[in-house]
Design a protein. Structure first.
Length: 442
């Protein structure tokens, strides 16, 4: 992409309304624009990152056997009356009346709708297990939308729903998602710690929130230090086998948010293993048994010919919140430092003197070769002063910067900068191509 033809509205001033660094940087880097409290337009650079996050989520959901569909944002109130949640949900639900005076709502979540889809088609235990998910915009009329996309009113969520014959198989479905979540966040370069969450009337131990430690997080969390070092399950983890050992390793050490915190149990840990910190909830998984299938009549026939309500779980990822969380975890005083798996572009190619006989051909050639190698390049071919070009590149945080100036090119050399370490080296165009191709393709 040529910067001269792109839409990258960089802000020079730090927006006053933004209280935390990720929100400030997203506004300054031209990633989002607020349209109303907690409601944002996704500008091209922001949308690119959002899509990359979605792709990782989709790949790991597929690996865990979940199947993607897409449900609408607008739902009928009648479904929610069946489950009893139409009255229970309160003011966070945006309620709408259509021209025929029918009660509709903008979905804050989809348990009712997915249960309706399930009961419409599935009749037999032979069709289980089943896990269906979508990535769709949600609306929750939060009392206090803040921190940009971190707590929006309209936000993008991945929500999966599992259907099983009994609690034991539901536990298996839960464990598969648990492992998928560990892998999903790890692929984004994030250490998300599963913490026990409230299971409400269902009881048991099958609800976890996945939390990223960050000073700006809204949750207060307590955990055992060992969780900061546990390995992420490998790509070749066999999802058909019993995943209990992996899950046990992650769920045995103490970890809880303030709601579930047990001061005595935490206090019993050795002092140097106790971590108390703040965190950002990026995912939440939950087994809720037959709550919705009972209320909405979602039953399947067993092998013995009896009918039983199906056991369900739901599994959310805050896709748009993850952008904020990623920036909270990856920035410095000059801007964002994207991990390569979610970076909007891999390389920023800076032509210090567009129109120059030395810089133009080298940049054009390199640009074409990067693109051919599947490396995404933002080519700054604009007529801007060098200082501003460097500041923009640091702000938007692409993993590598390649700078072509007449002085270096007299000796046939480009400057290659690693955004994360700040290390710079002078390389020939060919060596630049080789180095970055090796660093950016797996
Ligand atoms: P929170 O406690 O932060 O309000 P929640 O427990 O109500 O979240 P869930 O219903 O578990 O949220 O939703 C699944 C995921 O969606 C959460 O883990 C979070 O990452 C994300 N999410 C929830 N509310 C918001 C919001 N207002 N803005 C952005 N992301 C959100
Ligand atoms: Mg939650």
């Amino acid at each position: 992409m040529r910067l001269s033809r792109y839409f990258l509205p960089i802000l020079k001033e730090t927006p006053k309304e933004a209280e935390i660094v990720s929100h400030r940087l997203m506004l300054r880097a031209g990633m989002i624009r607020q349209q109303s409290a907690g409601i944002y337009s996704w500008l091209p650079l922001g949308l690119k990152v959002l899509r990359k996050i979605e792709r990782i989520v989709e790949e790991e959901q597929a690996r865990a056997g979940a199947i993607q569909l897409l449900m609408p944002t607008i739902q009928s109130a009648d479904l929610w009356r069946e489950s009893g949640r139409y009255d229970a949900y309160g003011k966070e639900m945006l309620r709408i009346t259509d021209r025929h005076e029918r009660d509709m709502l903008f979905g804050p979540t989809n348990e009712e709708m997915i249960t309706d889809i399930f009961r419409g088609y599935v009749r037999s235990y032979k069709d289980l297990p089943l896990n269906l998910y979508h990535i769709q915009w949600k609306f929750r009329d939060e009392v206090r939308p803040r921190f940009g996309v971190m707590r929006g009113r309209e936000f993008l969520m991945k929500d999966a729903y599992s259907f099983d014959l009994d609690k034991e198989s539901a536990r298996h479905a839960y464990n598969r998602m648990f492992v998928a979540y560990l892998r999903t966040f790890a692929r984004m370069g994030l250490k998300a710690i599963p913490m026990k969450a409230d299971t409400g009337p269902i009881g048991g131990d099958m609800s976890h929130e996945f939390i990223i430690l960050a000073d700006t997080g809204e949750s207060e969390v307590f955990c055992d230090k060992s969780l900061l070092e546990l390995p992420t399950p490998a790509e070749d983890t066999d999802f058909s086998s019993d995943l209990t050992p992996i899950v046990t390793e992650w769920t045995t050490p103490y970890a809880a948010t303030d709601e579930m915190h047990d001061e005595a149990a935490f206090g019993a840990l050795a002092e140097d293993t106790r971590v108390s910190a703040r965190g950002i909830e990026v995912g939440h998984i939950f087994y809720f048994g037959t709550k919705y299938s009972d209320a909405m009549g979602a039953k399947v026939a067993t092998a013995e010919g009896t009918e039983v309500p199906v056991h369900m779980g739901s599994y959310g990822v805050g896709v748009s919140r993850l952008l904020g969380a990623l920036i909270e975890a990856n920035h410095d005083e000059n801007g964002i430092v994207w991990p390569k798996s979610v970076a909007p572009f891999h390389v920023g190619l800076v032509n210090l003197k567009p129109g120059d006989d030395l810089t133009d051909p080298v940049c054009e050639d390199l640009y074409a070769k990067f693109e051919a190698a599947g490396i995404e390049v933002l080519y700054d071919d604009t007529d801007t002063r060098a200082g501003a070009k460097f500041a923009t590149m640091d702000l938007i945080g692409l993993p590598f910067q390649v700078v072509a100036g007449p002085r270096g090119l007299k000796d046939g050399l480009l400057e290659v900068k690693d955004r994360a370490t700040g290390e710079k080296e002078m390389l020939s165009p060919e060596a630049t191509l080789n180095k970055l191709t090796a660093a950016l393709t797996d």
